[in-house]
Ligand binder design. Structure first.
Ligand code: FRU
Length: 526
């Protein structure tokens, strides 16, 4: 594992409380220091970085010690209070196994690494409200301040079988009162974990601090749906007077029609506003695809995604995500191809780079859109469609894309590819990440993932970027309008025997105006 934040041995899951403080990026995370499995000793692990690429691992920041968190310190967020004072809100599992919300703050604000944390003596500061079971109340968000100077925060939960973002308000960040209505709730959904609520600019890619109030903003509400293991989000507006989030479309339903940050493995994610580079950054937990027995044997499980800059798409109907620019610091040997034609049923090897650790970006000229196949209205679930239309099934425009982590005989390969359809009066690209042949090993989750990307009749090209690091493949379609993350465990020796190919199995020829690939260097601390 080269680029990824492995964060010490053992079990790590949700990113917690990311922030920028005095020249340093902080990432906390759910961590079991005693084994590669989930148990009742979860702590807040802590790592810091100056560049989001190279990391220093510090001692655990918040660990179970008190009656209000003795059975684990679960997920939460940081908020930077006026005067540049970070504080943490986190969920404690108390002596009765109830979930309560606690406050913690750094012991020494002059230490940019914020190594030592103390817990507020009056914890817990929030206990499960009426109608919310004590095991369904967790994961406080970053707080935001209203025009009235009062802080607001949402906590995830389940109330009357509805996933809910429970709203609390406070004047001093210590005494919190429950608002009678939630900020928003879902329909027929399971518990919402790790809610995130933040403004996005409609004018630029710049990030916006959670407490900024101005026109020209839209709002994102994200919830992690436990029953689906996916992070869903919706875009809308914030009616501050009535304390309500108003989605522009159907809101959060947990169906295949909802928007997701990532259509593969990516859960319990969290964003933060990076005040030094004026951007919003997203991190997610990527879990394993092998078994817990494998995890125990290899003595670790779970990684954090490469941090992604996140902003509103120009259509204002979805978000765009892109690996932070700093990732390019790891670029090493570079190969480039231009004007390459991929005839039907052909492939070519991208050679000269380390295929097991590569950042590869390719653009494909779109064929004449009149010639593409028609999308059957029954095909509304892209993931299902990707498992039916494999990379080997020839279509008209596509499948074309990349074969990653491939063995030379192609018996093991992960195909990340596009296929283009006409859907009524618009055109849609099906983006798939097919893990079904990723490994000859048995007992691995090889689910195929898929997403739809709507394109314009005027669009001439579609791009695909994949960041590959041994068992991790994070793919960004159409410049980050759809993302799919996969874990793959080929049998071949990944360091020396991995190959990467571009392929076209459609009946229409495809032109690659440009392909760039870089071997990736090893980041420090990983
Ligand atoms: C999400 C989650 C959170 C909880 C934490 C426990 O993965 O279940 O709801 O706080 O993990 O580790």
């Amino acid at each position: 594992m080269i680029l990824y934040l492995l964060l010490g041995a053992f079990y790590r899951t949700d990113p917690n409380g990311p922030m920028y403080y005095k020249g340093v990026y902080h990432l906390f995370y759910q961590y079991n220091p005693y084994g590669a499995i989930f148990n009742t000793t979860i702590v807040w692990g802590h790592s810091v970085s100056h560049d989001l690429v190279n990391w220093i691992h510090l001692k655990n920041a918040i660990v179970p010690t008190k009656s209000f968190d003795i059975n684990s310190c679960w997920s939460g967020s940081t908020t930077i209070l006026p005067g540049n004072k970070p504080v943490v809100l986190y969920t404690g599992v108390n002596t009765k196994n109830q979930q309560v919300q606690n406050l913690a703050m750094p012991k020494n604000l002059s230490d940019p690494f914020l190594k030592e944390w103390k817990k507020y003596s009056g914890n817990p500061i929030m206990t499960p409200p009426d109608g919310v079971k004590p095991d369904n109340f967790r994961d406080p968000s970053t707080a935001w301040k209203g025009k009235d100077g009062i802080w607001r925060v949402v906590v995830g939960g389940l109330r009357s079988n509805l996933g809910v973002a429970i709203l609390y308000k406070s004047k001093d960040f210590v005494h919190w009162s429950l608002h009678d209505e939630p900020l928003y709730f879902g329909k027929n959904t399971d518990i919402w974990e790790c809610p995130d609520f933040y403004p996005v600019s409609v004018k630029s890619r710049d990030g916006v601090d959670n407490s900024v109030i101005r026109i020209n903003l839209k709002y994102v509400l994200k919830a992690s749906f436990k029953s689906k293991s996916h992070d869903y989000y919706t875009i809308g507006s914030y009616d501050a007077e009535n304390e309500k989030f108003l989605p522009d479309s159907k809101g959060l339903t947990g169906s295949s029609l909802d928007l997701r940050y990532d259509y593969g493995k990516f859960y319990a994610s969290k964003t933060f506003f990076d005040s030094v580079k004026n951007r919003r950054i997203l991190w997610g937990w990527i879990n394993e695809s092998d078994s817990s027995a494998d995890d125990i044997k290899k003595e670790w499980a779970g990684i954090q995604s490469i941090p992604r800059q996140v902003y509103l798409d120009s259509t204002q109907t979805q978000l765009v995500q892109w690996p932070v620019k700093e990732t390019e610091k790891l670029h090493d040997k570079h190969v480039t191809y231009s004007g390459k034609k991929l005839r039907r049923e052909s492939l070519f090897e991208v050679s000269g780079i380390t295929a097991s650790q590569v950042d590869i970006e390719v653009s494909f000229m779109l064929p004449k859109l009149e010639e593409v196949e028609v999308l059957d209205p029954k095909w509304s679930d892209p993931q299902l469609l990707c498992s039916t239309k494999t990379p080997r099934d020839s279509g008209r425009a596509g499948p074309f894309g990349l074969l990653l982590m491939a063995s030379q005989d192609l018996k093991e390969q992960t195909a990340v590819f596009f296929r283009i359809f006409k859907d009524n009066h618009q055109f849609v690209v099906l983006m798939c990440s097919d893990q079904s042949r990723s490994s000859l090993r048995e007992g691995i989750d090889k689910t195929t993932y898929g997403a739809f990307i709507y394109i314009n009749r005027k669009d001439e090209m579609i791009s695909l970027r994949s960041l590959v690091d041994n068992s991790v493949i994070e793919s960004f379609g159409a410049e980050g309008r759809a993302c799919i993350t996969a874990r793959v465990y080929p049998k071949f020796s990944v360091h020396t025997e991995a190959h990467v190919y571009a392929f076209n199995n459609g009946s229409l020829d495809v032109v690659i105006p440009r392909l760039d690939a870089w071997s990736m260097k090893t980041a420090k601390g990983n």
